[in-house]
Ligand binder design. Structure first.
Ligand SMILES: C[C@H](O)[C@H](O)[C@H]1CNC2=NC(N)=NC(=O)C2=N1
Length: 101
């Protein structure tokens, strides 16, 4: 089934740590910082395993203790429930990996 686009503002209502980030297509973004590279990469590993399980992959980058994450659904050209689900998982993983912000 094709994913259905949802309004970014609607998605953000339940995701206080996230912001609207409109580049090529509507997206939601979060900046994270950890104690060090080890913690940041540990977080990314947890998210990577879940993303592959969901077949839904973040656009992200890492510089030492910082991770920038962008979630959008390419197939739907915008934000869908899959992004919200992955964002919730990311928030949990961030808390459990000791994200500083
Ligand atoms: C073929 C494969 O199912 C698709 O390319 C998947 C893979 N991961 C994906 N990730 C994201 N973020 N959006 C997609 O539309 C998407 N599609």
């Amino acid at each position: 089934m094709t994913d259905v686009r949802i309004e970014v503002a609607k998605a953000l209502e339940t995701l206080p740590a996230w912001r609207a980030d409109d580049g090529d297509r509507p997206a939601i973004g979060r900046s994270l910082r950890f104690a060090d590279f080890n913690a940041a990469f540990g977080f990314m590993t947890r998210v990577a395993l879940m993303a592959d399980k969901m077949d839904h992959h973040p656009e992200w980058s890492n510089v030492y203790d910082r991770v920038e994450v962008l979630l959008t659904t390419h197939d739907a050209d915008g934000v869908t429930d899959k992004d919200v689900t992955l964002a919730r998982f990311i928030d949990r993983a961030a808390a459990e990996t000791g994200a500083i912000s």
